[in-house]
Design a protein around this ligand. Structure first.
Ligand SMILES: Nc1ncnc2c1ncn2[C@@H]1O[C@H](COP(=O)(O)OP(=O)(O)O)[C@@H](O)[C@H]1O
Ligand SMILES: [Mg+2]
Length: 404
């Protein structure tokens, strides 16, 4: 039995990892951000250089960026897990295989960047979401979410502190656990002169709305619905390709109004924020139902891709009109920004006043990994990074856990 004094010692020191925030903020810090989104296309890695210790006084520089494709076997396992078809052993294997693969990618990335591992202060890893069911998607019961990668294995393989599991704390206190990038947007893309909207088109699409000169509590951000997920799925099922390169297929087809009206009845689009979604809701199963409907109604394969692209653009624009402001400067990111037809439709549906800008974050895939490197930087310094009015969480938290 421990006496009181011993217990105090244990309680204060032994069981808490203390990162000295004064020390952490005393110099520039280099962090790698590793992002793997719901598209399961591969890994995006950014090296960021950060400084500062206060909101809107931070600096961030994107030093290097590179993408790595998933090996086919790993991609297959991820798809199985997302479809709720992986067995326990496969999930355990995936958790470790991701760590082995990420460690290999980071080493190759650093070699190419000619940046020594020793100079790296930490690695922030999002992990592969295989399930995301926050409270709002769970009929008011406790929420849950899972981003796979063994943080212990990764820190051991790289011998660098690893920050990960960014979504769990927020979900545990009633939040959506998403979106988490708004703190990055608020710090680095905010304007004192005009409203700004950032749109990220990954597997799922999301926006951050930063009203002119806003406070942190005025930030609005949420998922708008599908990004590339149904376009990618239809390309795979109907054309045997992973995605619609530059939107070329969608551009060739015709919009089918009956199908578009049917898709528009999806309740997620009109739902008021906070809201987040995933491939549990915009699933392959649902997509196969849509394709079945199209086949029964003699809708051509190419027209299906065109109409799904319209639906994606419409759902993003509709959310901007309902819950943000179409007349804002818009910055688009994510791999979907390379789908030129989707971008053209997005502009048409938003009907932005021509005096506002519509820009692309360069390179578009880098934004999320760069933002997670920043979230890692905040966690190492102990600074809160969720925005409670965005995620709906009951607490303001420094997201993520540190593995060393
Ligand atoms: N040249 C391109 N043309 C059209 N779509 C593209 C192109 N390049 C990438 N994409 C789309 O971007 C997706 C990957 O985007 P990404 O930002 O990595 O999403 P996620 O975060 O969900 O992984 C691909 O699945 C594909 O749909
Ligand atoms: Mg990706």
């Amino acid at each position: 039995v421990l006496n009181n004094k011993q217990w105090l010692v244990l309680n204060n020191c032994e069981f808490r990892l203390k990162v000295d925030s004064k020390e952490w903020f005393s110099d520039f810090r280099y962090l790698i951000g590793i992002m793997t989104g719901t598209s399961a296309d591969g890994v995006d890695i950014s090296l960021g250089k950060f400084s500062g210790s206060k909101l809107q006084e931070f600096t961030a520089e994107l030093v290097e960026f590179q993408s790595f494709e998933f090996p086919a076997s790993l991609k297959k396992l991820i798809e199985l897990a997302i479809k709720n078809e992986a067995r326990t052993r496969e999930i355990a294997k995936l958790n470790f295989d991701l760590a082995y693969f990420f460690a290999k990618c980071v080493r190759s990335f650093l070699r190419k960047a000619k940046f020594p591992l020793k100079k790296l202060d930490a690695v922030a890893v999002h992990g592969q979401t295989v399930w995301h069911q926050p409270k709002s998607n769970n009929l008011g019961k406790n929420g849950f979410t899972l981003q796979l990668v063994s943080l212990s294995a990764l820190t051991q393989l790289l011998k660098v502190p690893v920050v990960g599991d960014f979504r769990s704390k927020d979900v545990a206190v009633g939040g959506e656990g998403a979106p988490l990038v708004p703190i990055f947007d608020y710090n680095f893309l905010f304007s004192r002169k005009c409203d700004v909207i950032t749109i990220n088109i990954g597997g799922i699409a999301n926006i951050t709305y930063l009203p002119k000169d806003c406070k942190l509590s005025d930030v609005v951000a949420f998922d708008t619905g599908p990004g590339n997920t149904w376009i990618d799925g239809a390309m795979r099922i109907l054309f045997g390709r992973n995605y619609d390169k530059d939107g070329e297929t969608a551009k060739k087809g015709k919009l089918n109004k009956i199908l578009l009206e049917k898709l528009k009845s999806n309740p997620f689009v009109a739902k008021a924020p906070p809201k987040s979604t995933g491939r549990e809701e915009f699933s392959e199963k649902e997509l196969r139902q849509i394709i079945k409907f199209c086949n029964e109604n003699s809708i051509k394969d190419v027209d299906i891709v065109t109409t799904l692209t319209h639906f994606t653009a419409w759902s993003i624009a509709e959310n901007i009109k309902r819950f943000a402001n179409p007349n804002a400067n818009i910055i688009v990111s994510g791999g979907g920004a390379r789908n030129l037809f989707l971008l053209q439709l997005l502009k048409e549906y938003i009907q932005q006043n021509s005096s506002f800008e519509f820009k692309i974050f360069e390179p578009p895939e880098a934004k999320e990994s760069f933002a997670f490197a920043f979230l890692g930087y905040l966690r190492m310094g102990g600074i809160a990074s969720n925005i409670p009015n965005v995620t709906g969480a009951r607490e303001n938290i420094s997201l993520g856990i540190i593995a060393t």
